[in-house]
Design a protein around this ligand. Structure first.
Ligand code: BGC
Length: 275
């Protein structure tokens, strides 16, 4: 009998698979790179600004014995993105999984939102995801699959609850994530007949640098918790485990889905006592 009271635990394995995780020098990307490596995948993790942070994540991920590499990329730049995938060919020798995670926020009230801040967020959070996904799909086709997975290839986008929830003061971010939702679904519709699985995770409030202001002091966290029925702010590992599942054959029949990882934020908790 196993030590979990007799219930057999099925281990989610990515043994023999090769993965790129973008935006992995911190937060959800960093936790995901470690999670995938621990499940047996070879991982190329990308960063934009801090090589030092990325190397530290890679060192942690290597503790599981996985082969882990680091590359710098501005995924919103087509040339950079193409170069990143060449690095992946070299380091990983193929690709089974893309976790298109890199994202930014540049917040401003609507009339104060500069074209620069608008474009930056759309360029990284939407166009960058598109560019990476295109490179990945081309590789999945060239390879023609492997014994390591039932699918030809898997793409997981990091979206947000704001693909569905409007967000005052963050119009650029919500527009990019809303666009990403239909990019993901359109790709899934177009590519699933080739056994390419495209899905998203949509995190709610997760403790990372991007939303530090919303949870770093007690008062802010108390306000934030009013939006989270489950009563705690999420941590990157909550999302990383969902990504691992979407990347694995355990979710082989899951296509074009957004998996919300949000402690119930999408349930409109403000309506519990009103409406
Ligand atoms: C944003 C965070 C925010 C969360 C919930 C995420 O997509 O990046 O800043 O806390 O959504 O509103």
């Amino acid at each position: 009998m196993s030590d979990d009271g007799g219930k057999e635990m099925t281990e989610v394995s990515l043994r023999g698979q090769r993965a790129i995780v973008t935006g992995a020098s911190s937060g959800i990307g960093a936790a995901t790179a470690k999670e995938l490596a621990a499940a047996g995948a070879s991982v190329l993790l990308t960063y934009h600004s801090s090589a030092e942070d990325a190397e530290a994540v890679a060192d942690d991920a290597r503790e599981s014995g996985a082969s882990v590499h680091v590359a710098r990329a501005d995924i919103s730049d087509p040339a950079d993105c193409a170069h990143l995938f060449e690095e992946a060919d070299r380091f990983l020798g193929g690709l089974d999984i893309l976790v298109a995670n890199a994202g930014v926020q540049e917040d401003a009230a609507f009339t104060e939102l500069s074209l620069e801040a608008w474009s930056k967020v759309i360029d990284v959070n939407l166009t960058g995801q598109f560019l990476c996904a295109q490179e990945a799909v081309r590789r999945f086709r060239q390879q023609g699959g492997s014994d390591a997975s039932a699918a030809l290839g898997k793409i997981i986008f990091t979206s947000s609850v704001h693909q569905a929830i409007p967000w005052a003061g963050h119009a650029n971010y919500a527009a990019a994530k809303g666009g990403l939702k239909l990019l993901m679904q359109s790709m899934a519709q177009e590519l699933s007949a080739e056994r390419i699985r495209v899905n998203s995770v949509a995190p709610g409030a997760i403790k990372t640098d991007i939303n530090k202001n919303a949870w770093q002091d007690e008062e802010a966290e108390e306000q934030l918790l009013k939006l989270i029925p489950y009563g705690r702010v999420g941590v990157p590992e909550d999302v990383a485990r969902a990504i691992l599942w979407l990347a694995s054959d355990a979710s082989d029949y899951v296509i074009g889905t957004t998996l919300f990882v949000d402690g119930g934020m999408m349930l409109f908790p403000a309506f519990r006592d009103g409406g």
